[in-house]
Design a protein around this ligand. Structure first.
Ligand code: FES
Length: 331
């Protein structure tokens, strides 16, 4: 049995099982609810009960005043629903509303997706996961190495297990460490989230994602988030790669096709593996979509392809607000 939760002032709704906290249930369904520690210490997830009944699930250190208690204030991370609820809670509407966080995470898994691509999973402390929006990045610092910024490939519904994609590069000590010597349990400092390559959640327009190489990571986070939110928007994903067998998670894309009614996955080999240039593909994709309908565009591309895509979209009278960009420097 689950209960229906309505969040004010947004009017968003979600279903919560009695076995999960209200914060867990809200994040699972794709809401960007404010939170940090998830254990009743920081007060970031405070909300006000407007109607319905809740029950505590854990001891909390955070203290409300008597007056706040009478007004119905409680912690979303420390209560579960025992009836349908109306609550007032803060939801992050943009990247600017999420404070930068620093935390120490541990390596949970290093998984070879291909000979030269790994999926790195880091585990944030249970006492404080990372609050971020789909599509954002963090800076990772391993002892003795220069910090590196990577897009988070996982969905914000899980603030503890964070996934990243990395391609091996010559003469890059960071990728050498990850590929050759990183072990489960190794520590890394994490700073973020950074960037505004995030989903426009107020839009109902069809979505076009164009990702080059491991730019797929940020796009993957956005699509998983759209699925969590049960978005009913049409999605076209173009994944461009110039590396042989470069679409390292094609199975994952095909799984999206099974769960989404209106999803198309276009896997495109660029020259020298295929016979198309990146500029030609971008021109073709934008021409087709701008003629068909009014879309939102999400570009994870390197320069000068990014510049070319933005110019083409302006030339097709697509408003800047409908274009979000994540500039890539390496595959
Ligand atoms: S008290 Fe920190 S997230 Fe709930």
């Amino acid at each position: 049995m689950s209960y229906r939760i309505t969040v004010r002032p947004s009017g968003h709704t979600f279903d919560a099982e009695p076995s999960e906290t209200l914060l867990q249930a809200g994040l699972r369904t794709g809401l960007n609810l404010a939170h940090s520690c998830a254990n009743g210490s920081c007060g970031e997830c405070r909300a006000r009960l407007v109607s319905g009944d809740i029950a505590p699930v854990q001891h909390v250190d955070f203290r409300f005043s008597e007056r706040e208690k009478q007004q119905g204030w409680f912690l979303m991370c420390s209560c579960h629903a025992v009836s349908d609820l109306d609550v007032e809670a803060h939801e992050a509407g943009s990247a600017a509303e999420i404070a930068e966080q620093r935390l120490r995470a541990k390596v949970s898994r290093v998984e070879r997706l291909q000979d030269d691509v790994v999926q790195l999973t880091l585990r944030a402390p249970r006492t404080g996961g990372l609050h971020f929006l789909a599509g954002q990045s963090v800076v990772l610092t391993f002892p003795g190495l220069r910090p590196k910024m990577l897009s988070i490939a996982s969905c914000p519904c899980d603030s503890i297990q964070l996934r990243f994609h990395l391609r091996r590069r010559e003469n890059d000590p960071f990728s050498a460490l990850v590929f050759d010597s990183l072990r489960k349990g190794d520590e890394v400092e994490l700073r973020g989230p950074l960037g505004d390559f995030t989903l426009d959640e107020d839009s109902l327009r069809p979505l076009v994602f164009i990702a080059w190489e491991s730019g797929f990571a940020a796009v993957s986070s956005l699509i998983d988030h759209a699925i969590q939110k049960d978005e009913n928007r049409s999605i076209d994903l173009y994944w461009l790669s110039e590396v042989p067998r470069g679409h390292y998670l094609s199975n994952y894309c095909r799984a999206w096709r099974d769960v989404l009614d209106d999803f198309r996955y276009h896997s495109i080999d660029l020259e020298p593996t295929g016979d198309e240039r990146i500029e030609d593909v971008i021109e073709r994709v934008i021409r087709v979509h701008s003629l068909l309908a009014d879309h939102d565009y999400y570009l994870a591309l390197p320069d000068p392809a990014m510049q070319r895509a933005q110019d083409l979209l302006r030339g097709a009278d697509v408003p800047d607000a409908q274009v979000r960009s994540c500039l890539l420097r390496h595959p």
